[in-house]
Design a protein around this ligand. Sequence first.
Ligand code: VAH
Length: 322
Amino acid sequence: MRILVTGATGQIGSELTLVLRERYGGDAVIAAGHRKPASAALASSGPFVSLDVANRDALARVIREHGIETVYHLAAVLSATGEQHPQRAWDVNVNGLYNLLELARESGIRQIFYPSSIAVFGPRTPRDRTPQDTVLSPTTMYGVTKVTGELLCDYYAHRFGLDIRGLRYPGIISSETPPGGGTTDYAVEMFYPAVEGKPYTCFVREDTMLPMMFMPDCLQAALDLMEAPGAKLRYRTYNISAMSFTAGELAAEIRKHVPGFRVEYVPDFRQAIADSWPRSIDDSAARTDWGWKPRYGLPEMVVEMLAALSRRRAAGCLYPTG
Ligand code: VAH
């Protein structure tokens, strides 16, 4: 199987590439990103190509030269950066996806994974246990691009028979890459000053609750969905989540391991984005159709994150480059 991962230097893409290479072989997985690989593991475990998915000719060349059959399309501008550069967010998130779908139609790509987001929901959506089928009314350009992406994927699946599968990811927490311009970045950033014994200034209110997921569950969900029997899938893009917690609850859980850890809450423009998103997600369709079952809750995730960052701090490289 010849697999392309776009956005392979990003938070999910960089770790998904490594997992796919373990599963299918290093040379079977082409990593493509618009930045240089941050980690040595990513750079040394298989092929890497520099790519801007908004450039259709460049994307066509990678697909052709590497005989790509499956694409995990992680390239995207996230919500906070997307509000600062909405035109670029549209270009990467929508034109990039459109380029891929058109090339998939022409070149017989077998399967596509498309990461949507809880950002497709908005102020008119029920915020607690947000249903699989409900109002999609995003108020961010990122959310608009993800709704557009879901609709484009539905069209190309029905009109041209492409096998496209997606997940409406919540905030993803991981230790291997720096936060990438998302509204949920606070849930990653908070761990760094904690392991250094310093305070953290959080850019959302203490009572801000959002759905979240630890990276191992994020990666397993993508693999399980892509390998599920298509006949069992009632939806193209599934709601999915593992836990919900407030910024204050995260700080309190960290404080169980880092006594005295202090957080100051100073909301910025990202508060309005967070307030437009659900507090919790109904992901029962994913659990029923393809066996989704998260392994990490808040306590387990905090233990793993603190251990990973403490190891990196001891090695003198706490902050990942890239
Ligand atoms: C963001 N991490 O904050 C992404 C994600 C649900 C949030 O889509 O933009």
